[in-house]
Design a protein around this ligand. Structure first.
Ligand code: ADP
Ligand code: MG
Length: 254
């Protein structure tokens, strides 16, 4: 009997059925204990392999998305951020806008939740099967600049081009050079109606010319970005400042 199980494990390994290979002993034991029919057993075994693969693919998508940290939509407090209604947040979290290739732009000063919302939405998208890339504008420019000479950048850029959703965080914080603005424009043009983009920015559109350095180019970028797009200006106080934590003042440390 042992030999038979070893043979099954080996065959499962050869076929790339890693979950069956790892767990067939337990599955057989449970099948005997529960008196499963052949049909039930076969169904269970194949289903568990499918679930295992689905989980692995999801973990891989999340890992490759390049999130700097995890943020959950469920932890976003809409009562603190009055510029987004509960209903709007729910609509966004249903992710139909990605299916329809809409873009999202979150404007607002520091600390109002732009990155939190972007990561929350993109994380959910990755969990649900969308290919996602997260980057900041600074990293994106570096990636675009070095794609021809760095394998790492090339891989990253390919991933961006193959994503259903690309988050570009912190657009407009620093002015960029003209050649970089051209690369950015090219990317936005290539992604136009091919993928959804989330942009966060602390600058209103009227200030974009200044950081992209050219009025015609800025108009062309905005034209593409905003054609199918929801723009949400988050305002109010910085959640960070309002909920500032002090090590010395926390309970037990006084
Ligand atoms: P921004 O990107 O706009 O500068 P962040 O998204 O980084 O701001 O938010 C700053 C911090 O405050 C993060 O830890 C974030 O989780 C938290 N935060 C901001 N707004 C909210 C909110 N409405 N509910 C819960 N946490 C929030
Ligand atoms: Mg941010």
């Amino acid at each position: 009997m042992m030999n038979k199980i070893e043979a099954i494990k080996q065959a499962a390994g050869t076929l790339g059925l890693s979950n069956i290979k790892a767990n067939i002993d337990i599955m057989l034991k449970q099948a005997e204990e529960k008196n499963l029919t052949y049909t039930e057993f076969t169904d269970n075994v194949l289903e568990s392999e499918l679930l295992y693969r689905r989980d692995r693919a999801r973990d891989k998508r999340i890992k490759e998305a390049g999130f700097p940290y995890r943020k959950r939509l469920e932890d976003f407090d809409v009562s603190f951020q009055k510029s987004l209604s509960e209903k709007q947040l729910k609509q966004l979290s249903e992710l139909k806008w990605i299916e329809q290739m809409y873009n999202l732009i979150f404007f607002g000063p520091p600390g109002v939740g732009k990155t939190h919302l972007s990561i929350g939405l993109a994380y959910k998208a990755a969990e649900e099967g969308y290919k996602v890339s997260f980057t900041t504008m600074t990293t994106l420019i570096h990636t675009l600049r070095t794609a021809d000479i760095s394998r790492r950048s090339k891989v990253k850029l390919n991933r961006i081009y193959n994503s259903n959703l690309i988050v570009i965080d912190e657009v407009g914080y620093l002015p960029i050079e003209r050649t970089d603005a051209n690369l950015f424009f090219q990317l936005i043009t290539d992604l136009y109606e091919q993928a959804s983009i989330i942009i966060t920015s602390n600058k209103g559109f009227e200030e974009w010319t200044e950081f992209l350095g050219d009025a015609a180019l800025t108009t062309a970028v905005l034209d593409r970005l905003t054609y199918r797009c929801d723009m949400i200006t988050l305002d109010g106080k910085s959640y960070r400042l309002e909920n500032r934590k002090s090590f010395l003042k926390q309970e037990g440390n006084q």
